[in-house]
Design a protein around this ligand. Structure first.
Ligand code: HEM
Length: 427
């Protein structure tokens, strides 16, 4: 079949569907055929060129002029008129933040807002993160069975994100609902009847973000990234605009929360499925930092990202016309045997684990990467110390919210014998 620019679409490319089937089970494994046979292909299902090899994905990230990030947060499934009307009712106007901002606006803004992410600043958050994790573990340590996602991995990164942004802790339950809707709204394929409900939640999230921002504006002297942004705005109003701050207030919560929650859930699943590796990190916690990196490589929480070709170009030996949309599949790149020896193997001693592309690469690379790493390390340090005898509840089925990009199991059920908890023995 000749589709788009007359390019022939192979059978496997034609049947590629990132909203279901093999991609949802394991995106990297589902695209092995592509890495080996057809590393750049057009998917009629989504209207995107799909890029799956490490070197190609990295090359696309490297050039943010030729490959613009402007579509990174665009809805991947066109919305119904009704849903559009619902969003309009809430004056929904999510626009450029950082992640989808082109040059020359992006770099000055990124630089102006970088300070709160420096290692020196992040150190201040460590005691807060550790205290939170300990409190959550206290609640279930004697229970013997728990869903780690519901009881800890979802809420702790949300609370950390709110602290980091400088938002008050109230409205947690609403936020949780809203941020799920945002993921479906942006990266999913909601059924027509779901779309209006999703739009309602997204609209409310947008308004809530605006209300919190206005509260902060009255007194922007506090800690956190948003008050910091409000202070920078006074000095550089053309760099840090109102529209940016409102969009970032909402996008920032999602960027910091779901990515980290999902990455942590993926890490626990992977480590506990490889029980001897879990045993190793329990015995030698100095292995944890690289184990985190290897988890981010092998089962990252961002499975794919997006770019727009701003000129005719080539990727590998495929011609890409100007205006083409690209789905760059980081999860596939991260398991490319051409860069990672036996890429499917999970090896916490791998020397180049941190070459993974889960945080992106180049001028837009994730600003929060070290905060996310810190959270994941603390989760693992606390649980390997207090519940080293933990194991996955056998035969559980892991489910994922169907979407192209954000990836983590909805639940991770674990069990242990509370009578064997080390803290009872040591008490
Ligand atoms: C950008 C992933 C956690 C804030 C990004 C990008 C990815 C990503 C893929 C786009 C990179 C690119 O285009 O090259 C992740 C993952 C996380 C995580 C996997 C957790 C495991 C966080 C946290 C924060 C954060 C905790 C904030 C506290 C940002 C910001 C950007 C960004 C502000 C935009 C940077 C720019 O465009 O200049 N992240 N992220 N992220 N992330 Fe994260």
């Amino acid at each position: 079949a000749a589709l788009n620019s007359g390019c022939p679409v192979s059978g496997k490319a034609a049947s590629f569907n990132p909203f279901g089937g093999d991609y949802q089970v394991d995106p990297a494994a589902s695209l092995r055929w592509s890495r080996d046979e057809e590393p750049v292909f057009f998917s009629p299902e989504i209207g995107y060129w799909v890029v799956t090899r490490y070197s190609d994905v990295k090359a696309v990230f490297r050039d943010n002029i030729l490959f613009s990030p402007s579509i990174a947060l665009e809805k991947i499934t066109p919305v119904s008129e009704e849903a559009t009307a619902t969003l309009a009712k809430y004056d929904y106007a999510m626009s450029r933040t950082l992640v989808n901002e082109d040059e020359p606006a992006h770099m000055p803004r990124r630089r102006a807002l970088m300070d709160p992410f420096t290692p020196a600043e992040l150190v201040h958050h460590e005691p807060m993160v550790r205290r939170l994790v300990r409190e959550y573990v206290d609640r279930f340590v004697n229970s013997g069975k728990v869903d780690l996602v519901d009881e800890m991995l979802w809420e702790v990164p949300l609370t950390v994100a709110l602290h980091f942004l400088g938002v008050p802790e109230e409205d947690m339950d609403d936020l949780r609902k809203y941020s799920i809707a945002h993921t479906v709204n942006t990266w999913g394929r909601p059924a027509p009847e779901e779309q209006v409900a999703v739009a309602e939640a997204v609209g409310k999230f947008w308004q809530y973000a605006g209300t919190v921002l206005e509260k902060m504006r009255k007194d922007p002297s506090g800690h956190g990234w948003m008050p910091y942004g409000l202070r920078v705005q006074k000095e550089q109003p053309e760099v840090v605009t109102d529209s940016y701050l409102h969009s970032m207030m909402m996008a920032g919560i999602v960027a910091a929360h779901e990515t980290t929650a999902n990455a942590s859930a993926n890490a626990f699943r992977l480590l506990l499925e490889n029980r001897s590796v879990w045993q190793e990190i329990c015995e030698d916690p100095s292995l944890i930092p690289n184990a985190v990196e290897e988890c981010l490589r092998h089962s990252g929480s961002v499975a794919a990202w997006r770019r727009l070709a701003t000129a005719d170009t080539r990727i590998g030996d495929i011609d890409i016309p100007k205006g083409s949309k690209l789905l760059i599949v980081t999860s596939s790149a991260n398991r490319d045997d051409r860069h990672f020896e036996s890429g499917d193997e999970f090896d916490i001693r791998r020397e180049n684990s941190s070459d993974h592309l889960t945080f992106g690469y180049g001028s837009h690379q994730c600003m929060g990467k070290n905060l996310a790493r810190m959270e994941m390390q603390i989760f693992l340090e606390e649980i390997t110390t207090r519940l080293p005898h933990l194991e996955l509840v056998p035969n559980q089925e892991f489910t994922y919210l169907p979407n192209t990009s954000f990836r983590g199991p909805d639940h991770v059920w674990v069990q242990w014998n509370p009578d064997a908890n080390p803290e009872l023995r040591d008490a």
